[in-house]
Design a protein around this ligand. Structure first.
Ligand SMILES: [Zn+2]
Length: 269
């Protein structure tokens, strides 16, 4: 399946750098490795250089972040037919596609992994730091997904076409490295306030939900905010600027949230 924007020819001008190519490949808006084979841009939207830039933070996210671990939990199989794997905080996690969801296997030098063992000795918890350097890669991935969905459709929607995503593009391309916040949402009830980007296409919507993800856009004053769900990972990010005053809507909705990367943790209370 391929959901190219209807009736819109690729501009052959890169949506990130404004360059004129070359354009030799199609672009998976959400990485193929997360299970997406629906949301794809044809060649002519993202130049090869920008595609390479995106691939590097995408692969760090998939191989080392909490999103990679979630990918294993969802039982994703790679293009080569192998169970997904992610190395997070010195533990290698492996999907178990033959089992039901929520089953993963893990390998590590366990003597060096901090664990909270139950007094019965048979069970325990592994403790992870919530923030790490891969949060910076997750920011870029979220911005990339939002821009790649919106840019081809911006012209037709007057409610959002005044919104400038230049700063987000510069951040993705590494021209501006000041941290950019996203918020991890701790409650699934956020969904009742949102309308999926694919709500008018029920078949496609059902399909991406079955792959584990969903996308929502919400305009909050001068911000267009992407809400991205992947399994149990739910995050929101402004595509308009680093400012975070839009998150008052999360407070109004009663959605507890945690600011990432660590610079933004103080905003989260
Ligand atoms: Zn480019």
């Amino acid at each position: 399946m391929n959901l190219n924007p209807p009736n819109i020819m690729p501009p052959n001008v890169c949506i990130f750098c404004g360059g004129d190519g070359p354009f030799s490949s199609e672009e998976h808006i959400i990485p193929h490795s997360l299970g997406n084979d629906l949301l794809i841009l044809a060649p002519g939207w993202i130049c090869d250089n920008c595609n390479n830039t995106c691939s590097s933070f995408e692969s760090r996210t998939l191989n080392n972040s909490i999103l990679g671990l979630e990918r294993c939990r969802l039982g994703v199989v790679t293009k080569k037919g192998k169970p997904a794997r992610s190395d997070v905080h010195h533990i290698s996690w492996f999907a178990e596609p033959e089992s039901r969801q929520n089953i993963v296997s893990a390998e590590a030098d366990w003597a060096n992994i901090p664990m909270l063992l139950h007094p019965d000795g048979d069970s325990g918890k592994i403790v992870f730091p919530f923030h790490d350097d891969f949060c910076y890669d997750i920011t870029k991935l979220l911005l990339k997904i939002g821009i790649e969905v919106l840019t081809p459709t911006l012209g037709g929607d007057n409610s959002i076409n005044h919104i400038d995503m230049k700063s987000a593009k510069n951040h993705i391309l590494g021209k501006d490295d000041a941290p950019w916040p996203y918020f991890v949402l701790m409650s699934e009830s956020v969904e009742k306030h949102l309308i999926s980007f694919l709500h008018s296409m029920p078949e496609e919507h059902e399909y991406i939900r079955s792959c584990g993800f969903d996308l929502f856009f919400h305009v909050i004053e001068d911000h267009i905010v992407l809400f991205f769900f992947y399994g149990q990972f739910r995050a929101a990010i402004s595509l308009s600027s680093r400012k975070s005053e839009w998150r008052k809507v999360l407070i109004d909705w009663g959605i507890s949230h945690i600011g990432c990367p660590i610079e933004f943790v103080d905003l989260s209370a």
